[in-house]
Write a protein that binds this ligand. Structure first.
Ligand SMILES: *Cc1c(COP(=O)(O)O)cnc(C)c1O
Length: 386
């Protein structure tokens, strides 16, 4: 076949502007949490249209601190989709609460409001909704299902910087939200995350717990003691973001509309070119959302080809095309399967989707030729095994 260089699954969209911003931060002498973190928080709060944003070391930290600030603890249940990254359930367990896994909708692979209704109990304290692949969940239906109950909504917006639901940006659709700026995400700081919320109490608690439980207000109250004084009022964590990360994030945030537009153009090209491939179910955007296309997950339909998903991935790899799978459902991981007793039959839609899921490469630096190469590889492989 070709001697072309491999096309990786992901390449970060970091350019000269980001590099200069990080170098300028290094030269400024302020390396850890400082003025750039403050500016990044202000800008993320504006993006999410929320009054508060707390910059953190990861989305995992944001999920953890949001649930902690919501008071989730032993005896509580948190409902979340099985089709997500392990961090979502791990933080629930770390707080001593029980993760209750739910199925997804067949069209968008976001949590199913009907299944959430089915899993609610008197112990449900919070619901974590994952805006899968960059498409916001069905928030109106979720609100209807939760009506009259004291259940907090936490958005996992790890895939969804810049996405919107009925014209409202993600990050402000629930009680709190967690953004990820991990290297592969559509806005990156290398590693990093952000908690956004409309509740001052959640923001304050998260800010305190992100830095050893140090109480800033106490610090201010006793300012007569001088700048060396602080009080620890809870056993907090070390989850703060650095100015080096924030410098990168500020540039990425400015470029976000352009970066997301390129992703959308690639998704449109894939959908146009792969429409003819009957063995694949392609991702779609619901009409009421602004989808940011962090992922382009196709589903190989059961029995459609003489090969399975694993072989499809092998053949794409053989042609130098990187892929991934989002996600291995949580109920399939040994810890959740054995420790919490979940089984595949509890999640029929997730199981059906997972069997065929393959995420194709989608990132702003892909050229039209790269997109063409992926489409040709898929079409050729399908033709070989039809
Ligand atoms: C990446 C990811 C996370 C975790 O993000 P980190 O910033 O790496 O902690 C959480 N949820 C989902 C759905 C993700 O894809």
């Amino acid at each position: 076949m070709s001697e072309q260089a491999p096309l990786p699954f992901y390449r970060p969209a970091v350019g000269e502007e980001e590099i200069e911003a990080v170098v300028a931060t290094l030269r400024s002498g302020w390396l850890t949490t400082g003025p750039r973190v403050g500016e990044f928080e202000t800008r993320m709060a504006a993006l999410a249209e929320t009054p508060h944003a707390v910059a953190l070391s990861s989305a995992t930290a944001a999920l953890h601190l949001a649930l902690e600030a919501m008071g989730v603890g032993p005896g509580d249940e948190v409902i979340l989709p099985s089709l997500t990254f392990a961090a979502c359930a791990n933080v629930v367990v770390q707080l001593g609460a029980r993760p209750v896994l739910a199925d997804v909708c067949a069209d968008d692979l976001c949590i199913s409001p009907a299944d959430v209704e089915h899993r609610l109990s008197s112990r449900t304290r919070a619901l974590m909704v994952v805006h899968y692949g960059g498409q916001p969940c069905r928030m109106d239906e979720i609100e209807r299902v939760l009506a009259g109950r004291d259940v907090r909504v936490l958005e996992d917006a790890a895939h969804a910087s810049g996405a919107a639901y009925r014209g409202r940006p993600v990050g402000g659709l629930g009680d709190a939200a967690a953004f990820s700026f991990y290297a592969t995400k559509n806005l990156t700081t290398g590693e990093g995350g952000m908690l956004t919320t409309r509740h001052a109490e959640i923001a304050e608690r998260a800010r305190q717990m992100a830095l050893h439980g140090m109480d800033r207000d106490a610090w201010k109250r006793y300012s007569a003691e001088g700048s060396w004084y602080y009080e620890v009022t809870a056993p907090g964590y070390k989850y703060n973001m650095t100015d080096l990360q924030a410098a990168l994030g500020i540039v990425q945030l400015r470029r976000l509309p352009e970066l997301n537009a390129r992703r959308a153009a690639i998704a449109a090209a894939y959908s146009e070119r792969l429409r003819e491939v009957e063995a694949l179910r392609l991702p779609t955007a619901r009409p009421e959302v602004s989808h940011v296309w962090h992922l382009y997950p196709v589903r190989l339909l059961p029995g459609a080809l003489a090969i399975d998903r694993a072989e499809l991935i092998r053949r794409l790899t053989g042609r130098g095309i990187g892929t991934s799978v989002h996600f291995i459902p949580l109920h399939r991981h040994p810890y959740y399967r054995e420790g919490w007793g979940w089984s595949a039959s509890d999640f029929p839609v997730t199981e059906g989707a997972y069997a065929g899921l393959v995420s194709l490469p989608i990132y702003p630096s892909m050229t039209d030729q790269d997109v063409d190469r992926v489409c040709r590889a898929v079409v050729d492989i399908v033709r070989e095994v039809s």
